[in-house]
Design a protein. Structure first.
Length: 516
């Protein structure tokens, strides 16, 4: 597409319409920038947050209590979390939740009538954010996945993509781009699910961005076997049982995974008092929907469980950010939410919904403010798209939908099994990497020459999943120790000399550096 009439221009382009993306768009627009937000789904209802409830970091007016909270977060950071970043996280969490109060979000009230800003219900939250950014002047492109970033003279200056329903291509020319597209969960795209596929990782890697902490991307979320809804927090009240009814004593995920490799495991949320049960249903209603449909009472009935790989969604790896502007190593490109590394606030251990939800607010605000300043300072990019790096969607292998479905299944076969990704060894990582490298060489970057929207999008999704998987395992192979969620059975101890962030760069081949 080279016709100037089809090019949309703005100061800031945000890719992703979840909480991080909408906060980035709102903040950039509030700073005076013109903003376009492109979401591969429908902004306000797509993504992991929209259908569910999530907790937040506490909002504390008492300074000693806040300091205790900061110390607690820092102690869980595996030596990789940074106090100044945690202070920023709390600062923007306070600002963001305060703004939600102003916007009318219905937080529950305490006895004094003050809003309790500790949790959010996804449907109400994301409907409010969509309404807010539209009111702020943000133009939304729904069902419009980005397929390639545009660059000029080493700067990112926009993106091009396709509308998934009409098949029409789009180009947005912008002074700055924020990637807030969510993480990679490796869920069953082959089954037709609307999933998080790591497309932001592929976009960033193609323009030379660095990644950090990709070895910390093997978090498995707890769910009922008949559900895809992972709610680790609620399982704090569970007891676990083997097939013969015997209780699994002192369970953790690795212990449960070992049992699950040989037989089913059953759970029952039997440790919660009546008032806790009521609070669970009120704050996490979507968790209980599958149980109610099947006539199962999870507080009294035992039910089979599953551990579902959530990779960079609950893991902490992602696009490396250089400073508290959330700028990447590529000029004009910023990252927020699950797309960005969370090592700086969580280290190598997942923060769960609590830190992650607050990180979406904080990184969205930081990146939106910085991207607006950058774009307004440098002015509108004067660029001819024909001279950018977006000449077309080209690949030597034009795969059909059935072939790509099989490739996705092969990726899942390498990253989902516990004996490959949870119980890691060098030999297993090398074996999986060889298979993933073969898949990468076969599909390339997933850019195809024809214009069937579904096939174009599926090819890019498949390539993005392969890219993320290769980065995860390549980084895991490089970190020869056990730290946080990254556990190497051949290096079972934490190595004090490796208390640094592992920075990865590359697409076909990877290079590494250490950042203390």
């Amino acid at each position: 597409m080279t016709n100037e009439d089809h090019i949309i221009k703005s100061d800031v382009l945000v890719l992703g319409g979840g909480p991080a993306g909408t906060w980035a768009a709102y903040t950039a627009a509030s700073a005076g920038a013109s903003v376009i937000l492109a979401d591969k789904g429908y902004c306000g209802s797509s993504g992991a947050t929209a259908p569910s409830g999530t907790t937040l970091l506490g909002v504390y007016n008492d300074l000693p209590q806040r300091e205790r909270e900061l110390d607690a977060c820092l102690s869980k950071g595996d030596g990789l979390a940074d106090r100044s970043w945690l202070e920023k996280l709390h600062h923007y969490n306070d600002i963001g939740t305060g703004k939600l109060v102003e916007l009318g979000y219905p937080f529950p009230k305490d006895d004094s009538g003050s809003p309790i800003r500790r949790s959010l219900q996804g449907p109400e939250y994301m409907r409010l954010m969509r309404k807010t950014i539209i009111k702020s002047g943000v133009k939304i492109l729904d069902r419009s996945p980005a397929l390639k970033l545009l660059t000029e003279e080493g700067r990112v200056c926009g993106a091009r993509g396709i509308h998934s329903q009409s098949g029409k291509e789009w180009i947005v020319q912008a002074g700055a781009v924020i990637i807030a597209t969510g993480g990679c969960a490796f869920l069953s795209n082959a089954l037709g699910c609307n999933v998080l596929t790591g497309d932001g990782n592929l976009l960033a890697a193609e323009v030379g961005a660095e990644f950090s902490g990709m070895e910390f991307s093997n978090e498995y979320g707890m769910a009922a076997q008949f559900s895809s809804i992972t709610k680790n927090y609620l399982f704090n009240w569970a007891k676990y049982y083997r097939l013969d009814g015997s209780e699994i004593v002192n369970p953790n995920k690795r212990i449960l995974a070992k049992v699950l490799m040989n037989q089913p495991v059953f759970a029952r949320l039997e440790q919660g008092a009546e008032q806790i049960k009521s609070a669970m249903r009120r704050t996490q209603p979507n968790f209980f929907v599958p149980f109610d449909r099947m006539g199962i009472d999870p507080f009294n009935d035992r039910f089979p469980i599953a551990l579902r790989l959530e990779a960079t969604v609950r893991g902490t790896g992602g696009i490396n950010i250089m400073d508290q502007s959330c700028a990447t190593s590529v000029a004009g490109l910023y990252a927020a939410g699950d797309a960005a590394t969370r090592e700086l606030v969580s280290g190598g251990t997942t923060g769960g919904g609590r830190i992650n939800a607050s990180w979406a607010i904080a990184s969205g605000c930081m990146s939106g403010e910085a991207a607006a300043q950058y774009a307004l300072y440098y002015g509108k990019v004067k660029m001819n798209p024909r001279d950018s790096n977006a000449e077309g969607y080209q690949s030597d292998n034009l795969l059909n939908m059935a072939e790509m479905k099989e490739m996705i299944s092969q990726v899942q076969d390498e990253v989902m099994p516990f004996n490959k990704n949870l119980f890691r060894t060098g030999n297993r990582l090398i074996t999986s990497l060889k298979q993933l490298d073969k898949l990468w060489k076969h599909i390339g970057n997933g850019l195809v020459t024809h214009h069937d929207a579904k096939q174009v999008i599926r090819a890019r999704e498949t390539a993005a999943m392969i890219t993320t998987a290769r980065m995860m395992y390549a980084s895991a192979l490089e970190r020869k120790e056990s730290r946080g969620m990254h556990v190497r059975d051949d290096y079972p101890d934490e190595n004090p000399t490796m208390q640094y962030r592992l920075i990865t760069k590359g697409l076909n081949e990877f290079n590494y550096r250490s950042q203390f």
